[in-house]
Design a protein around this ligand. Sequence first.
Ligand code: SAM
Length: 325
Amino acid sequence: MHLNDEFGRSFKYLRLSVTEACNFRCSYCLPNGYRKSAGPQPLKLDEIRRIATAFSELGVHKIRLTGGEPTIRRDFDAIAATIAALPQVNKLALTTNGYRLATRAQTWFDAGVRSLNVSLDSLDPVRFHQITGHDRCDQVLRGIDAALEAGFHQVKINAVYMKGINDHEIDAYLRLAQHQPLSVRFIELMETGDHASFFKEHHVSTDNVANKLLREGWTAKLKAADAGPANDFIHSEYQGSIGLIAPYAKDFCKSCNRLRFSSLGKLHLCLFGEFGVPMRAFLQSDDQLDELKERLMVAVKGKTASHKLVAGNTGQTSNLSAIGG
Ligand code: SAM
């Protein structure tokens, strides 16, 4: 039994959000900070175990924990260890703003996390503070060093590439990848419901980064089967690599290999889709596993060919903290 859609795509990669809450106040995501609402609580550990088990028995072998900021959960270590223990999961990944990485990297590695994406939107401490609302650039950089020391197989740095904010920092990011095995990725700013005017002001294509890399001797790398959405570039004089994520590019969705599950128990077929398919009622007992798997397989058939971002349709996504970027 596998998760396949009507467009010939099969899904072996799940992004699982474990909380909507985030402690950072990134200007393009949650500029006023996360506000707790009176609604339902995030999935409990047992519910997370059940959904991860169902996906893994349907062929998903890579699971990424995301949020909000996943590591603010008190039971984060237990969540990681529980998912890492599933026999079919061979890659447990984490997307984090890195605020706890310096002290927790080894613990998370020991719990079974193998791949890390760390958000770092500026290498300039003052600008980092302006973007995130936190004066923690050095803390995150120390965290990245700690992750490399702890033995993480893959450490990726994610920078949302923004006109007039950090688009002059490319060389500084390249230097970061020169002597360390880091994959630095520039993500094009995506439009979300809350931030249409921010998007208009700061969105810029990463094409100019690609052109600069090619001019400077970098070459495009072939993609692995379970790879994420980045187009990667390598250079003989650099230990690390550079990735470009361009969601507005033609055919971006053709190779989509991932599904998303929210911290409130909904399956999201696309980051920019409509409401999400509620599944929480089927996460309440281990006896529901077969029914849950059946429902997931049926729901995935409803995945559309592509998002409609180019037409300015952001779906129900007001910002990315709810579903996880
Ligand atoms: N708190 C974690 C973190 O900071 O990485 C995980 C959640 S965050 C929503 C995941 C990723 O989405 C981050 O790399 C963030 O920069 C990115 N992101 C959020 N909003 C975005 C947007 N409008 N366009 C592009 N990337 C965005």
